[in-house]
Design a protein around this ligand. Structure first.
Ligand SMILES: NC(=O)c1ccc[n+]([C@@H]2O[C@H](COP(=O)([O-])OP(=O)(O)OC[C@H]3O[C@@H](n4cnc5c(N)ncnc54)[C@H](O)[C@@H]3O)[C@@H](O)[C@H]2O)c1
Length: 336
């Protein structure tokens, strides 16, 4: 297959590309604007090990519509996996405009380029083509003590980030219903693992603790997230894109519901073991003013992808967290 991946220099896209390069013979084209969270080192390392010529990178913003169209026509992908997005909620509260441009207008441009390309294909190539849109559980809003999000949960986004992702999901589904573009959508929970830019909770806390700096926690730390190890998410993405039903949505959760304070305390315990100091890492914890509109709880019901595509995560939260903290200990300066 020829696979075009957008946002492949980001955390999840990088893990996806490394997995595809090491386990398949697919040809991969990565389109990324090289934003502040991008990192190409992990893919470079894989390419050097494999000595493969099956990978190409093109630096482009999805808002460069003409160039985007040209690249897609020339590459002739069988599959598009669309991950490019501005992805940090706090930044969306500070500067929502970037989220509208990348996540909504960028997705619109990509869909339009794909529609033109799809219509130019012969019947056989048309029958193979798939547009896979990667989204988040944050589009569903916030849960109370009970309940889980599923494919039929109504949308109720609360932040500029989740609203921009919800908009992009709606655009993608409407290109399926209106223009017959063959799409698959996945909505996943919070990912964690090696190579995540240290502004998200787990890498931020881990690096602060390694450097003996104060560890900030929003509010009272009782917000709950359903943590998904990135390699398990990547397995779910590849299964959805290759075995999923056109027009369907699959929710991918990690079976890893934890409060933020539980997560931070676990990181501190791991570091007390792996990197003991004169004080306990928990002593660095400091509670700070809560995020505006902070969603209370996310939890995903992954029954559909489990029963229909036979997916389940291979890592428990604790296994994934240990791997992650060990990685940041070895690579603490990689984002400097
Ligand atoms: N990280 C998570 O926990 C999580 C959870 C659910 C869903 N998602 C979704 O998964 C996708 C990937 O997330 P991530 O954590 O890897 O994000 P990331 O911020 O690490 O990477 C995103 C990448 O997209 C690129 N990009 C952004 N806007 C672009 C544009 N206009 N043109 C070209 N490239 C652009 C950036 O340069 C970056 O390399 C996103 O769509 C995100 O909404 C992430």
């Amino acid at each position: 297959m020829k696979i075009l991946i957008t946002g492949g220099c980001g955390f999840i896209g990088g893990a996806l590309i490394r997995k595809l390069l090491t386990t398949t013979d697919h040809e991969i084209l990565n389109l990324d604007k090289f934003g502040y969270a991008s990192n190409h080192l992990s893919i470079d390392q894989t390419i050097n090990q494999l000595k493969t010529n099956k990978y190409k990178l093109f630096k482009i913003d999805l808002n460069n519509k003409n160039k985007l169209e040209e690249i897609i026509q020339n590459f002739e992908p069988d599959l598009i996996m669309h991950l490019a997005a501005e992805s940090h909620v706090d930044r969306s509260i500070e500067s929502p405009g970037h989220f509208i441009e990348s996540n909504i207008v960028g997705t619109f441009n990509l869909l339009e380029s794909c529609r033109k390309f799809f219509y130019s294909l012969n019947i056989e190539k048309k029958s193979r083509f798939i547009f896979h849109h990667i989204s988040t559980d944050e589009v569903f809003g916030s849960l109370g003590e009970k309940g889980r999000f599923s494919e039929s949960t109504p949308y109720d986004p609360r932040s500029p980030y989740s609203a921009s992702k919800a908009s992009s999901d709606h655009l993608v589904r409407s290109w399926y219903h209106t223009y017959g573009l063959p799409v698959i959508v996945t909505n996943c929970s919070n990912n964690f693992g090696p190579w995540q830019f240290p502004e998200k909770l787990i890498p931020l806390v881990t690096l602060k603790a390694i450097h003996s700096e104060k560890i900030p926690i929003y509010g009272d730390g009782s917000n709950v997230r359903d943590w998904l190890f990135v390699e398990d998410h990547v397995d779910g993405l590849i299964l959805s894109a290759t075995k999923g039903e056109i027009g369907e949505t699959y929710c991918i959760g990690g079976f890893g519901e934890k409060t933020n304070i539980e997560v931070v305390e676990k990181i501190c315990d791991i570091l007390d073991n792996l990197n003991p100091k004169a004080f306990k890492h928990k002593d660095l914890i400091s509670f700070v003013k809560d995020r505006k509109g902070h969603d209370r709880r996310y939890s995903i019901n992954s029954d559909k992808i489990q029963s229909e595509l036979n997916w389940k995560p291979k890592h428990s939260f604790d296994d994934g967290l240990l791997k992650t903290v060990e990685w940041y200990l070895k690579n603490e300066n990689i984002f400097n």
